[in-house]
Write a new protein. Structure first.
Lengths: 539, 345
């Protein structure tokens, strides 16, 4: 018994059979999109290897890797810096920044990128406002630079949220001691904070990489031909090539996921939590530059697209006032979709957390080979474009499962969200599990608390900040999801993203802009209620 | 030890339970008595929604409409295969319908319906029919350009009179549709030279049709190659304040092209008669009038005239051109456009 307890403490014990079977079930479900890609690529007419080795594949592949690395590096710096500033320093207006900083994640790629692009070019509101104040901007956003800038600005929250969650639970004692021993805030950051946050940073950067390589909206607008762009361009008339390239993308994702897991495993295995409010580093003379950085990032990523949207929206009002066409947007177009967006994104987030928690338990508390495989299957699903996820679910539901009756119902849609975005909650769930000290759980058990009671009273409160951060990512991603929503939702089920797309397709610019602003406002409210307050649980 | 890891199984159970509940709550729609037709529409709800509503009101049939991009919906239908719930498929252009036709997934449409349009506006084997057209035109600033000075041919635009004055939406899919046909008509050499000459003549790149209309309206640039309906939308919205107008090239000039939206019936549909009724409705005089008067498209039904404000319809349609290898042709088009450098102008 003693030996068993020791092994259990060290985290090398054999996982219980129920945990392994739960994990296998989850892995099978998450493998549906990837499995479909493999099957389609394998059953093409042949010549896959010729396709893969050809210039039209290798060039976009190289561009994809380049963009993925550049964006994830930049997002890692911005996300970590902002997380530290907003959770560990006396930065002014912290509460505001905590709500505003994660929000750029909610812009649907095509809306955010086009709003940012047209705002910054001549005739756009940001450009014109800047030239009034004497700043001349002549940014023509396109190519690698444009794609890098846009994707960095819209994806750094993937790093920010998990890192902020980690930092807000960090024990203060180490930092206090370091400060007492004479370390400057910068030294404290480098020597104490950074090592503790390393796994969260790596996890967030991984998500940024996977998002970047599977994004279509932004790279399309910036005319930067990545693999995903080629996959979309050939999706109808050259499906052999399209699915072969999707397979290449999947393999790239698996390689990166494996690399990140190696880093994560070398990282600190015992994460500790603080039991009192975190120490706030006084910024003093760095206060103004820090504010400037926050303002610049949030200004570019959140407010400049919002300014373009507001500009387009008001052009609709003024048009109406001048006697032109009235706004073609009624309350019904907004309220129903708004409610659908809210509830389905919350449901998807909760189910995603529930689905990845067993994976997190297996990965954190046990060392097994199967854990690595399951991790790869679940996380790599995020790199598969949403359209392919939708097609795989259509195929699987109708042709390869006993669930044909579920086609066109909400469970399939929610399932698509969970399988596609569950990856975003895996690492934060691992952090959550590792923040529960074994001794606390053991003590509770010795005192006779049952499994459910321990979960409710001991573990969930400790895990809440990290789980909320991961769930928040899933929620925000679900709120803007489009391709799967259009193809597998019940007919007539509308989310705000669907309505935005509808107006965008019909070139109803003012209406599209107003709907997008509603989406941003709603997600700000939900971010505050469900994530920020949770993440601050201990802070 | 036994009860330590109950949580995963509990969570799975909860998940399954919720899923079942959700299934129960959504599957209670659909009355048996009503006739229902499922439509996959690649045309936007804002454009075709009223046409569907009218059909429902007149016939009492319920239409379940899934909106999406034409290519994605065609992919969904081919993935659903014989189990697709779709009865009718509307597409932005003939390509996606042709793709389903190649998979033998489309049913022949009633001759009576097909005969509502000219032979060039339907597929040779009668599996899809055009119902609305969008024309490629030249938009110009009405304060800066006199009507008599407008060019007759797209080839004129490479001349000195148009230096630094023309906007080209090189990355836009309608422009690429047009350029593909332009290339197939004139050969790669002529088409490539035209585009290179445009670049040399200082043509400017804009990513979107609408951005061009706005730029021409405020005289940021004088001309632009666009789809015709954006200007009509802007004029309807802004009235006289919109200082731009459409110009059609001379009849038969390669600058003009009609891109047609198509309707098709799925072969596995159990409601083919009803589906034919919907297509007939789409091509009826009243709905064709709505399409041209309210959303400024070209009607394709014989005997229905385009709204007076629309420029003369181009003689050529994409539907009339049989393209053997669509993917290869589009890839070639994009290569030429990218090599020309227009996208960096």
């Amino acid at each position: 018994m003693n030996e068993e307890v020791a092994r259990h403490r060290a985290g090398v014990g054999r996982p219980p059979r129920s945990l392994v079977s739960a994990n296998l079930l989850i892995a099978v479900l998450f493998a549906i999109p990837g499995g479909y890609v493999v099957w389609r690529a394998a059953t093409t007419g042949g010549g896959q290897f010729a396709t893969i080795a050809s210039r039209p594949t290798l060039e976009p592949l190289w561009r994809t890797i380049q963009l993925g690395l550049l964006v994830s590096t930049a997002a890692a710096f911005i996300g970590t810096g902002l997380a530290w500033l907003t959770t560990r320093t006396d930065l002014p207006l912290r509460r505001f920044w905590r709500i505003a900083v994660p929000l750029p994640l909610v812009y649907p790629s095509f809306v955010g990128a086009s709003a940012l692009q047209s705002g910054l070019t001549p005739g756009g509101i940001v450009h014109d406002l800047a030239s009034v104040t004497g700043i001349s901007m002549d940014l023509r956003l396109h190519g690698l630079f444009g794609a890098w800038l846009v994707l960095t600005l819209f994806t750094y929250p993937y790093v920010y949220l998990p890192v902020a969650a980690r930092l807000s639970t960090l024990p203060t004692s180490l930092e206090e001691n370091a400060r007492l021993l004479g370390d400057s805030p910068v030294q404290v950051f480098r020597r104490i904070v950074l090592p503790q946050a390393r796994t969260a940073i790596a996890a967030g950067s991984l998500l940024v990489f996977l998002y970047t390589v599977s994004d279509f909206g932004a790279v399309h607008l910036m005319r930067f031909e990545t693999l995903t762009q080629t996959i979309f361009r050939t999706r109808l008339f050259d499906q052999d090539r399209s699915f072969t390239l999707a397979l290449v993308l999947l393999v790239l994702a698996l390689v990166v996921v494996a690399a990140e897991r190696t880093i994560a495993r070398r990282g600190t295995r015992t994460q500790v939590v603080g039991d009192r409010p975190a120490l706030l580093v006084p910024l003093r003379r760095w206060s103004a530059p820090s504010l400037a950085i926050c303002t610049l990032v949030v200004g570019l990523a959140l407010f400049s697209p919002a300014a373009s949207l507001a500009d387009w929206g008001t052009s609709g009002w003024t048009r109406q006032l001048r006697g032109g066409a009235s706004l073609r947007l009624g309350a019904d177009d907004v309220l129903g979709p708004m409610w659908n967006t809210v509830w389905i994104s919350v449901v998807a987030a909760i189910l995603a957390i529930a689905a990845v928690l067993p994976v997190a338990y297996l990965l954190t508390r046990h060392r097994t080979r199967v854990g690595g495989v399951i991790n790869a299957v679940v996380v790599a699903g995020f790199a598969i474009p949403g359209l392919v996820v939708a097609l795989s679910l259509i195929f699987w539901t109708l042709h390869a499962s006993p669930f044909e009756f579920l086609i066109g119902t909400l469970p399939v849609l929610v399932f698509a969200y969970v399988v596609h975005f569950g990856a975003q909650a895996v690492r934060t769930a691992q952090v959550a599990v590792s923040t529960v000290p074994r001794r606390m759980e053991d003590a509770a058990r010795l005192l006779g608390a049952g499994r459910i009671r321990r979960l409710r009273t001991v573990e969930l409160p400790l895990m809440a900040p990290s789980l909320a951060a991961g769930g928040g990512l899933v929620m925000l991603s679900t709120m803007k999801e489009l391709p799967a929503t259009l193809l597998v939702s019940p007919i007539g089920f509308r989310t705000l993203a669907v309505e935005i797309w509808n107006t965008y397709e019909a070139a109803y610019l003012p209406e599209m802009a107003l709907l997008a602003l509603v989406l941003v406002a709603i997600s700000a409210l939900m971010t505050w209620m469900l994530i920020v307050r949770r993440v601050n649980y201990l802070a | 030890m036994l009860n330590r890891h109950h949580r995963p199984t509990t969570l799975i159970a909860i998940t399954l339970l919720l899923t079942t509940l959700a299934a129960g709550s959504t599957s209670c729609g659909g009355d048996d008595g009503d006739q229902t037709l499922t439509v996959y529409s690649g045309r936007s709800e804002k454009l075709v929604g009223p046409i569907f509503a009218e059909f429902e009101a007149v016939t009492g049939v319920t239409l379940d409409v899934r909106y999406g991009s034409s290519n994605d919906l065609a992919l969904a239908i081919s993935t659903e295969g014989e189990k697709t719930p779709a009865d009718v498929f509307l597409s932005r252009s003939p390509g996606p319908a042709g793709y389903l036709d190649d998979l033998a997934m489309l049913a022949p449409i009633d001759t009576k319906t097909l005969d509502r349009v000219a032979p060039t506006d339907r597929s040779p084997d009668g599996t899809w029919v055009g119902f609305a057209g969008r024309a490629r035109v030249l938009v110009y600033n009405i304060d800066e350009v006199a009507e008599v000075d407008l060019p007759g041919s797209v080839f004129d635009l490479t001349g000195p009179n148009y230096q630094n004055l023309v906007a080209v939406p090189g990355s836009n899919s309608s422009f690429q549709d047009w350029f593909t046909v332009f290339r197939l008509r004139n050969g790669d050499d002529v088409a490539t030279r035209w585009l290179d000459d445009m670049v040399a003549n200082g043509a400017r790149f804009y990513p979107k049709n609408r951005a061009i209309i706005e730029a021409v309206g405020r005289n940021e640039i004088r001309f632009g190659l666009v789809n015709h309906y954006y200007n009509h939308q802007e004029v309807a919205a802004n009235g006289d304040a919109q200082r731009s107008a459409n110009h059609a090239f001379s009849q038969g000039d390669d600058g003009g092209l009609m891109i047609i939206a198509t309707a098709a019936i799925l072969d596995q549909s159990d409601e083919k008669e009803l589906a034919n009724r919907l297509l007939t409705h789409l091509l009826s005089d009243s709905q064709q009038r709505y399409l041209t008067d309210t959303v400024y498209e070209y009607p394709l039904a014989i005997g229905v005239d385009a709204a007076e404000t629309l420029p003369p319809a181009p003689a050529d349609t994409v539907g009339a051109m049989q393209i053997a290898d669509v993917a290869a042709e589009f890839t070639r088009t994009i290569e030429i456009i990218e090599a020309s450098g227009i996208l960096d102008q």
